[in-house]
Ligand binder design. Structure first.
Ligand code: SDX
Length: 392
């Protein structure tokens, strides 16, 4: 091998790019999008304002926002032929597999004209932001045997999504402002997180000049993993198991401490970068109390989650490894209170993360990053002669 290779499994100490989008400090527990603190944005901004900020670098003026928001509002319909692809999935297909496939299929329905030199990136950005929520609701409605809902141009982004998710032809559906506001905060908190696994996937796929739909589809697939975005579904299933098992959190803390033998991890705990409290988890934990009390929801797993957090944060195994609750630990408790089923939690993460993936893909292209192609340290067989099968 010419030159030398430094092995860095999981890229724990490798900077893959320069980026001006998101700043996070794992020691201090700081997260900022384009210089604005996540606390400020979650309290004061709308999700689409944050999407514009991440993608275009500045908070939009009223005129810029009106144009951006109107374009999205007018592109929420999905080509009806995509329903034929969707109808081919088994009813119990996981919504993340469906979402990844249909977003990839968008490259066939909204292709760039062959050889067109016009930069159509902004049109594809609008289509992704506008159509992914519509597609996301299909799995939920079909899983219930309910008719699909179409988007409505007279609804804002989040109410439109909620209406497609929960309205039924047999009764009027009124969006609860508490639910819409809670979702606004959750989507903002998930919007970007610098070079995490799924974002790095989007960048790597896009670095080969693959189109934006294929790149985002790859990011959705990476997010699905239980160690990444899929953790929010695993957390609720873990908390339900603890509840069914009598609520004894110390037993599960012990199981996690003996991960080598039990193979058990406390989902929603630990983070590659945060060696302090994940600032998003802090906001979501507080929001969980607020939203559940406003909605009059009493979910026993919230108390189990708090008990588990308390036990872990006072246990040397977790303290010594700086394992704190991450963004996925409390988010599922709010999603559930909003009526969103467990198998849709990671889809909610994908809807939130979409503007971040888009912003990072756009920056990668604008910075003309080279195609990603890491090296390896070879540990296989040395040169040997081929042996014909009759002699093997
Ligand atoms: C997200 O990167 C991002 O920014 C991701 C994300 C984003 O916004 O994009 O923040 C979203 O993916 C949050 C993480 C969601 N995943 C989980 O909650 C799954 C559970 N957490 C872990 O699997 C783990 O903490 C990771 C995957 C999050 C981080 O893994 P690392 O950095 O590779 O750390 P590691 O696996 O090397 O763990 C270090 C030690 C090990 O023990 P030792 O070998 O030193 O004895 O800590 C232990 C691990 O066994 N450990 C855990 C644990 N997480 C790590 N032990 C018990 N429970 C856990 N959850």
């Amino acid at each position: 091998q010419t030159g030398y290779v430094t092995l860095d499994r999981g890229y724990k100490n490798t900077g893959a790019t320069k980026s001006a989008i998101t700043f996070l400090d794992g020691e201090q527990g700081i997260l900022q999008y384009r210089g604005y603190s996540i606390e400020d944005l979650a309290a004061k901004a709308s999700f689409l304002e944050v999407a514009y900020l991440l993608i275009y670098g500045e908070l939009p003026t009223q005129e810029q926002f009106a144009t951006f928001e109107t374009s999205i509002r007018r592109h929420t319909l999905v080509n009806e032929d995509m329903r034929k692809i969707f109808d081919g999935f088994p009813v119990n297909a996981h919504p993340m597999g469906v979402l990844s496939s249909l977003v990839s299929a968008m490259s066939a329905f909204y292709p760039d004209l062959e050889g067109s030199k016009e930069d159509t990136t902004d049109q594809h950005i609008i289509r992704l932001l506008a159509k992914m929520p519509t597609i996301a609701t299909w799995s939920y409605k079909r899983g219930l045997g309910h008719p699909m809902n179409y988007p409505k141009n007279n609804l804002d982004y989040i109410p439109n999504f909620l209406n497609m998710m929960f309205s039924l032809p047999v009764e009027d559906y009124k969006v609860d402002p508490v639910v819409a506001e809670a979702l606004n905060v959750l989507l903002i908190l998930h919007a970007d997180h610098e070079q995490n696994c799924s974002t790095s996937t989007v960048r790597l796929v896009g670095s080969s000049q693959a189109n934006i739909y294929s790149s985002i589809s790859a990011g959705i697939s990476a997010l699905w993993g239980p160690l990444h975005g899929g953790a929010n579904q695993e957390v609720i299933e873990m908390l339900e198991d603890i509840k069914a098992d009598g609520g004894d959190v110390s037993k599960y803390v012990d199981m996690a401490k003996n991960a080598k033998t039990t193979g058990f991890r406390l989902f929603g705990f630990g983070h590659r970068v945060y060696k302090n409290f994940d600032p998003r988890a802090r906001i979501i934990k507080k929001a969980a109390d607020d939203v559940l009390s406003k909605l009059g929801v009493n979910d026993p797993v919230l108390e189990i989650a708090k008990g588990l957090e308390e036990a872990a944060l006072h246990d040397d195994y977790f303290v010594s490894r700086k394992l704190y609750p991450n963004v996925d630990f409390y988010s599922g408790i709010i999603y559930r209170a909003l009526g969103i089923p467990t198998n849709m939690f990671t889809v909610m993460f994908a809807i939130g993360r979409l503007p971040g993936w888009i912003a990072q893909w756009k920056e990668m292209r604008e910075q003309k990053e080279p195609i990603g192609r890491p090296r390896q340290i070879y540990t296989g067989a040395t040169l040997r002669e081929f042996v014909p099968i009759e002699k093997r």
